[in-house]
Design a protein around this ligand. Sequence first.
Ligand SMILES: [Ca+2]
Ligand SMILES: [Ca+2]
Ligand SMILES: [Zn+2]
Length: 440
Amino acid sequence: MSLTKTTLLFLAFMLIATVNNGQEQCATMPVYYNHLQTDNKHAYAQSEQLARAWLANPANFANALANKNSIIQIPVVVHVVYKNATQNIADSLIHSQIKVLNECFRKTNPNYVNTRPIFDSLGADIEIEFCLASKDPQGNPTTGIIRKQAPSNASFDPILNMDKVKKPAFGGDTAWSNASYLNIWTADMSIFGQAFVLGYATFPGSNPALDGVVIQWDYFGKYAKPNFLGKTTVHEIGHWLGMRHIWADDDNGQNPQSVYCDSTDFVNDTPNQGPKSNSNCNLSSNTCSVESAFWGNLNPPDMVENYMDYSKDACMTMFTKGQKARMYSFLNTDPNRIAIKTSTAGCNMITTDLNNKDFLSSQVKLMPQPASNMVKISLSAALNTANLRVYDNGGRLLLSAKNISKDYELRLENFANGIYFLQLNYINGISTSHKLVVVK
Ligand SMILES: [Ca+2]
Ligand SMILES: [Ca+2]
Ligand SMILES: [Zn+2]
């Protein structure tokens, strides 16, 4: 069976309608089904089979944990595929995303304390860390960030133009070997100017040339959008490590419990869940009463805290121990996931921190100082944009400007000799202050 173009367009419209309702959208399952039909270089079935056989013997997971003498380190290469300067996201946003990944996969995320008591004992430190690769495939130094300009008419949506972001012929960028790198692409996946997919990933067993994670460019990083704190990428990397959605993708919208509680995410300690959450963090939601043997006679609520649900980023707190076991089953049986654990692609230190005022201050330069008719406010490439407010020495607001970036020229014809203060407000709510001396 092949999907007709009409069907695909219909699906696209459905997805647009859904995202307008406030849902976080992931295209991993549609892409997976498409690969099953159209790609002849995948080994999804074998990968799943090997992983399940490994997991069937509990000693395997216990031994994997006991014999592991360090945290698994996964080198990442981020392919920034952009059609205009705005989509060419700053290093600091990429660095902020790596930090979020490490918090979530090491269970050091500050919001873990919000996990409800019934689930608290299930939260897992996955003992995996991510870093930007320090060596490229030829062994040369790299920042782990590749920037590639795509033609302005390039299309990277995952329904009609699936995987084109990974193919240079269509404006995309080629994957680095998935035996050594986790490939992440940021790109414009919008259709008709609307971002209806925020990300998608490939499961273990994918065609190596297509393996990795793709994120809609303005949902990447911690401060990309209000309410989006970098958890889209956590969710997608969950898929990349073999996680299914916690609701098991059997909802189809309106089905009764007798249908939508029938499928499994292949993890025992995640409660059975009917449909996906509606990004509403509904703590009283309990859509299925039939649970796995793990829960005995208990009927736990839906685990809306889980990264594999569609919850608001702010309420996502956890992967479970059962999810960790399934991740490790792939990390110990899938050839490419086994290989990446001993990758020699290295790690770059993260040097930018958008939460750090000193760092932010160091990224702003005023020239010349003192100034007479004009001062240029230069924001380094590490920063995106900031809102500017100018105060006099008595604290009176003289003027303000929104979304200044790079080299902003502030005219000073109306400024008398004296000391002024420039306040820059960044998207994460932090501000820095800079002294300006005007001498005519
Ligand atoms: Ca379900
Ligand atoms: Ca339940
Ligand atoms: Zn997903």
